[in-house]
Design a protein around this ligand. Structure first.
Ligand code: CP
Length: 301
């Protein structure tokens, strides 16, 4: 893993994924260490973020490293017409590692090809969000005691939700059953179904999940990704389609946990926040330990 970019979750083998999770567990026990002394990590966010950027920066600060970067490309020379290639070549001269979020699918792969330091993809358009996936896996293993043979419900925007795309690929190592719940226009893309078919992984598609909710081990709620819609009327039609409420959890399994990559808009009612089955804020906290593990392994520490 040393000096390896993390562009897609498929860049890491099963053994490497498990290594990240095991190391994240160690960082959870001992979060403040000085292993990144004299290291400079760049965070380049061409799209807004709260959790990904700040958990990366918290992870780096708690390990004694330094952070440079921008949170808004309008404060960089991108506004003067500088290309992504030139930006990455320049910043890779200033840093030991680059964490990048960009709206274009494939941008992280391209950055990894022109950079002299490893690139960590912090989300490229509707494509992939591999570090979110690793923290999701950490959260699932921590709450379920295992990753194998779980029934995972993905609910909401399965077309544009990059966290869903990365997570289903990673979970495919662990014999899951998937239930995809979405409106017709936000269905899981064909390429992911073909991927699951090729591995003979069972999945079912539904427009509603109230009748089957008692089967779920994990419900992974997602926000309808307004920023990816070409037509806002389409967004308005779908934005309120699934709202998870406390009363819906009455006949669910004891081990059920509700995950959400966040931010939420209204797809999880706030009355659920105090329910012990809700896990999304702790899930976001797990991002610090998981990102510490990813950085330390890529930097060969
Ligand atoms: N989960 C996630 O990517 O959140 P942010 O957009 O706030 O980084």
């Amino acid at each position: 893993m040393k000096n390896k970019s993390l562009v897609s979750i498929t860049d890491f083998s099963l053994e490497e994924i498990l290594k990240v999770l095991d190391r994240a567990k160690e960082f959870e026990k001992n979060t403040n260490q000085n292993i990144l002394k004299n290291k400079v990590i760049a965070t380049l966010f061409f799209e807004p973020s709260t959790r990904t950027r700040l958990s990366f920066e918290s992870a780096i600060n708690r390990l004694g490293g330094r952070v440079i970067g921008f949170t808004d490309p309008s404060s960089s020379s991108v506004t003067k017409g500088e290309t992504l290639k030139d930006t990455i070549k320049t910043v890779s001269n200033y840093s030991d590692l680059i964490v990048m979020r960009h709206p274009l699918e494939g941008s992280a792969k391209y950055a990894s090809e022109v950079s002299s330091v490893p690139i960590i993809n912090a989300g490229d358009g509707a494509n992939q969000h591999p570090t979110q996936t690793l923290l999701d896996l950490y959260s699932i293993r921590k709450t379920q005691g295992k990753l194998e043979n779980l029934n995972i419900f993905f609910v909401g925007d399965l077309k544009y939700g990059r966290t869903v795309h990365s997570l289903l690929m990673a979970m495919s190592h662990f014999k899951p059953i998937f239930n995809f719940i979405s409106p017709e226009r936000l269905k899981i893309p064909e390429e992911y179904k073909m991927f699951l078919d090729s591995l003979k992984i069972k999945y079912f598609e539904h427009e509603s999940f109230t009748d089957i909710i008692s089967e779920a081990d994990i419900i992974y709620m997602t926000r309808v990704q307004k920023e990816r819609f070409a037509d806002l009327i389409d967004y308005e039609r779908t934005k309120n389609i699934y709202i998870l409420k406390n009363e819906m959890l009455k006949n669910t399994k004891d081990n059920l946990k509700i995950l959400h990559p966040l931010p939420r808009v209204n797809e999880i009612d706030i009355d659920l926040d105090e329910n012990p089955k809700s896990y999304y804020f702790t899930q976001a906290l797990n991002g610090v330990f998981t990102r510490q593990a990813i950085i330390s392994l890529i930097m060969g520490l």
